[in-house]
Design a protein. Structure first.
Length: 354
């Protein structure tokens, strides 16, 4: 038992809450042993899948068989996750096994739609499957991946239906809801946190695919009107998050704090309408800072840098216009910070309401 654990046990004993010798603490294997076990798990899973694929190649020729086989492989991975949670080898083996099952399921689903990626149907099937895996699989890495994959599938389904501009605000709203309710249901925290992280990572990648990485992924230039609607909806989510955080902090309406923060947020949304992703990055950054989450705050900061860089190198807008938009956005953010620190006269949200 470590020194910290011994001190905690002694404090509990002094308070009369426990008695006797402290319980033995199981020794966890070093990180390099866990790493080797994880790599061995992937190698073993890949060999097993290779043998299975060689003997059951007929699965790929039948779409229903591929779908059923994929579901059965995922079920086997779930059993491994549940029965051997402490084994690094078993966890990585199950992860690789589950990925194979997901690929087999996707192969069957796309086969039902003539192997076309342009339809709504196959992507909706995959989004439903990944959502179910997010809820069922008791593994953090798998849940993060499932949330990411479900988000991408939803985006592709909406894009195939001509509504791709709705995907970022929907995912931003879902991620914000997850982080705002992070501690409300401790029973579901094991799925909620990795799911929210997966949504944020997918959201950042989605905005980059539609902006900075658009030539690489082959997406067409977005329709200006639809992109504007998407930006407005992202901004609406940002304003809603700011309002909910103000209420949580006890800021009264129409107090000075609430008025200044909401007016500054709306102004930030308006001046950044021409810069895709800025409102999204600010929202992620705000959620991370409000919850003291260094990882989420870092993701928000990285997202802002990538969005600003992607917008700066867009060829659809002149350099003068891009510079003006970015300068105006930065000026609004700096001005809002100055007002909050100087005019309100207190760092607390509710201190200066009146």
């Amino acid at each position: 038992m470590s020194a910290t654990a011994q001190q905690l046990w002694q404090r509990l004993a002094d308070a009369g809450l426990v008695q006797g010798e402290p319980p033995p603490t199981p020794l966890a294997p070093p990180w390099y042993v866990r790493l080797l076990l994880g790599v061995a798990g992937w190698i073993a899973a890949l060999f097993l899948l290779g043998f299975v694929a060689a003997g059951m190649a007929w699965l790929a020729d039948s779409e229903p068989a591929s779908i059923v086989g994929g579901l059965l492989v995922s079920a086997a991975a779930w059993v491994l996750f549940r029965k051997m949670p402490e084994s690094a080898f078993a966890q990585q083996f199950a992860l690789a096994f589950s990925f194979a099952g997901q690929a087999l399921f996707a192969l069957g689903v796309f086969g039902l739609y003539d192997h076309s990626a342009e339809g709504v149907g196959p992507w909706l099937w995959i989004a439903v499957q990944q959502t179910a895996l997010l809820a069922a699989m008791p593994n953090t890495v798998h849940r993060l991946w499932s949330a990411f994959a479900a988000s991408v599938a939803l985006y592709m389904a909406l894009r195939a239906g001509g509504l791709g501009f709705l995907a970022p605000p929907l995912l931003l709203a879902a991620a914000a809801w997850g982080w705002l309710h992070e501690f409300r249901w401790p029973r579901f925290a094991a799925a909620l946190r990795p799911g929210a992280y997966g949504l944020v990572v997918a959201l950042i990648g989605m905005e980059l695919a539609a902006g900075l990485l658009r030539p690489a992924v082959g997406f067409d230039a977005p329709d200006p009107e639809r992109r504007l609607w998407g930006q407005l909806l992202n901004g609406a989510v940002l304003v809603a998050v700011a309002w909910l955080l103000l209420r949580r902090a006890g800021a009264a309406w129409p107090g000075r704090t609430a008025v200044v923060v909401l007016a500054g947020t709306v102004l930030t949304v308006l001046v950044s309408l021409e810069a895709p992703g800025i409102a999204t990055g600010v929202c992620i950054l705000l959620l991370g800072f409000a919850h003291g989450n260094a990882v989420l705050t870092g993701l928000g900061g990285i997202a802002l840098l990538l969005y600003a860089g992607g917008y700066y190198y867009e060829m659809d807008v002149t350099l003068l216009v891009k510079s003006q938009v970015l300068a105006a956005t930065g000026a609004v953010l700096l001005g809002l910070r100055w007002v909050l620190l100087r005019w309100l006269g207190a760092p607390g949200m509710g201190a200066a309401d009146g």
